[in-house]
Design a protein around this ligand. Structure first.
Ligand SMILES: Nc1nc2c(ncn2[C@@H]2O[C@H](COP(=O)(O)OP(=O)(O)OP(=O)(O)O)[C@@H](O)[C@H]2O)c(=O)[nH]1
Ligand SMILES: [Mg+2]
Length: 592
């Protein structure tokens, strides 16, 4: 065990974690040169397309006589549940700081997580090859942040490979070998899992004590489910079978379990004969936003349920439960760690399961106490009660940190004021400012990220965490299409914002809703009255226009048909406007 080192790479988004991992994989000969590609650990299609890491990825490397188990983690805040789990499977962390960007908000958050996990932290400046690198300034920031001496900070380039060898040496030197528990029986912590159609659930484990081999009888101690190990192995980075997975190591166990809902992260996999209690597990992921997912056709309900269960087997931060809505029928309420998480899940549902879906606008939860004394948690804005029924409302707040160059502070403070934030302390980090604040989650979700980026030309970064609940002064905004409220477009908004929110939602929808054959009204309604309105004129679609010459009687016939069609649609009138799925998606996106 003293020849094993377990470590993770943590950093703000895009600071070069996966690229640094590439160089480590290359240097240790884990991946052949010809199989190497950029950010090779980002193996999901969506990760490659977007150039971001979404899931943590463990990989085992051999370096001289040492086994190095690396876990690459995502940097985006919506995937921080991945980071928190990875950190429980390692003894050390490389804290990477981009030389062109310096310390950013997620640097602080991930550092906090690593400290909580009592890990050895190795500060490293990345991208030192870049012409934009500000090495002395960034070193100074790290020294202030960690209280370390300059000589303790390593310099690397994931692009050229400079400094990577020294970093591996340092890891071997300062990251402690895994501790022996003095127990012989096999026990391991499940930090992730995935699903394979023919192997069932494959759990990713950190072996804590003993060893396991194929064929042994094991049990999920928390779930109380036993199974036989069909295969054990390590990540190279693809799953590679091995004879024995021993204490201190990171690897996987194939369970053959096909039913969803049994395996959860944080469970302990042990020998069925083990008399020891389960290991301390993980806190459950706490959803920040909620959105309802309905099949376009109710016939697909069961298919959708299976799809969601499968998705959950590769994303333990995603949760869902059944719900039903009068208009949309039976569906599900999904919980997400943020807007990007929601976007990724929607996209995966579309690609991996190919089901026509309706996904409602994301919402946060409100706890509403009604005049009749009842208390309800509202997940879906269209269910937010009418004002006259409400006694009081509570809503979630976040505590956040913003890091930005001081020259933007004035603009940031103005923006914070517009978003109802309470500004706390300001600290200085070399030549940048770090600002602490509290604000309603509702306001954070109201386009705050985009506005912060644009006011600071992209120089500010933000991270946040749920703080608790406070009283709220909010009401429901309905969007009416052809005089009928579209539940999926309903929103809960601050009373202070009724005018601007109604105006911008109506404006947005009138731009993206395809023209219909007839004239259409789009309205925003709140506080019992119509606040804003737009009229979309009907489309004069002439189905004959693309027919040149040809048979005139055929043209006449077509025109007749078209007239009838128009009449029919006008008769169907209200509530029969078809709103394509991409309009719902655009309403979500333009809002984040
Ligand atoms: N010049 C230079 N660019 C780099 C270096 N390392 C990474 N990059 C670039 O920085 C961008 C982000 O790199 P990634 O390795 O994906 O960053 P990451 O930290 O893994 O990103 P997330 O996992 O999404 O948080 C890419 O465009 C890389 O090409 C480096 O050492 N030098
Ligand atoms: Mg990455």
């Amino acid at each position: 065990m003293d020849k094993i080192r377990n470590f993770s790479i943590i950093a703000h988004i895009d600071h070069g974690k996966s690229t640094l991992a590439d160089r480590m994989l290359e240097l240790t000969g884990t991946i052949e040169k010809r199989k190497m590609k950029e950010q090779v650990l980002d193996s999901m299609e969506l990760e490659r397309e977007r150039g971001i890491t979404i899931k943590m990825q463990p990989v085992r490397m051999k370096y001289s006589e040492y086994t190095l188990n690396l876990i690459d983690t995502p940097g985006h805040i919506d995937f921080s549940y991945e980071v928190s789990r990875a950190l429980k499977a390692v003894e050390g962390s490389i804290l990477l700081v981009d030389a062109t960007q310096g310390v950013q908000a997620q640097t602080l958050t991930t550092l906090g997580m690593a400290r909580d996990a009592e890990l050895v932290i190795i500060p490293v400046v990345s991208k030192i090859d870049s012409p934009l690198a500000m090495i002395p300034e960034v070193k100074q920031e790290i020294m202030t942040l960690l209280g370390v001496d300059e000589s303790e900070i390593l310099m690397v380039s994931g692009k050229t490979g400079e400094g990577v060898k020294e970093l591996l040496q340092k890891i071997i030197e300062v990251v402690p070998a895994p501790k022996s528990e003095g127990v012989k029986d096999f026990r391991s912590l499940v930090f992730d899992f995935k699903y394979s159609n023919h192997k069932g659930v494959i759990v990713f484990v950190r072996a804590i004590s003993g060893a396991v081999k194929k064929g042994e009888n094991l049990i999920f101690q928390v779930a109380g489910k036993s199974f036989q190990a069909l295969e054990v192995g390590y990540f190279a980075p693809e799953e590679t079978p091995t004879d024995l997975l021993s204490a201190g190591d990171t690897g996987y166990i194939v369970t053959g379990i096909k039913e969803p809902g049994i395996v959860s992260v944080g469970d302990t996999v042990a020998l069925t004969t083990s008399a020891l209690p389960p290991l301390p597990g993980y806190q459950k992921a706490r959803p920040v936003v909620w959105a309802s997912i309905y099949p376009e056709s109710q016939d697909d309900f069961t298919l959708l349920k299976q799809a969601l269960m499968k998705l959950r087997l590769s994303d333990s931060a995603f949760s869902f439960e059944e719900e039903s809505s009068g208009v949309l029928g039976r569906g599900f309420r999904g919980g997400f760690l943020g807007m990007l998480h929601l976007e990724i899940i929607s996209e995966r549902l579309r690609r991996e399961f190919d089901l026509p879906l309706i996904i409602t606008l994301p919402s946060i939860t409100y706890v509403v106490t009604l005049r009749n004394g009842k208390t309800e948690t509202i997940y879906t804005p269209s269910f937010f009660p009418e004002d006259h029924l409400i006694e009081s409302v509570r809503e979630p707040w976040v505590e956040a940190k913003i890091i930005a160059p001081p020259k933007y502070l004035g603009d940031i403070l103005k923006l914070l004021y517009e978003h109802e934030a309470e500004v706390g302390e300001t600290h200085t980090l070399a030549d940048r400012a770090s600002l602490s604040l509290n604000m309603p989650l509702r306001e954070l979700m109201r386009g705050f990220f985009d506005k912060l980026k644009s006011t600071t030309s992209g120089f500010a970064s933000i991270s946040y965490d749920i703080l608790g609940e406070r009283d709220a002064d909010v009401t429901r905004l309905d969007i009416l299409v052809a005089d009928e409220a579209v539940p999926a477009f309903a929103k809960v908004i601050s009373r202070r914002q009724v005018e601007t929110e109604a105006e911008s939602a109506v404006e947005k929808l009138s731009k993206i809703l395809p023209r219909q054959m007839f004239t259409l009204k789009i309205q925003g309604k709140a506080l019992g009255r119509i606040i804003s309105s737009r009229t979309l004129s009907g489309m004069k679609k002439d189905v004959t226009q693309h027919m040149y010459g040809g048979d005139i009687t055929r043209k006449m016939k077509l025109r007749e048909k078209q007239k009838k069609g128009k009449k029919k649609m006008a008769a169907r009138g209200k509530g029969n406007v078809s709103i394509p799925q991409d309009v719902f998606l655009k309403m979500i996106r333009s809002d984040n």
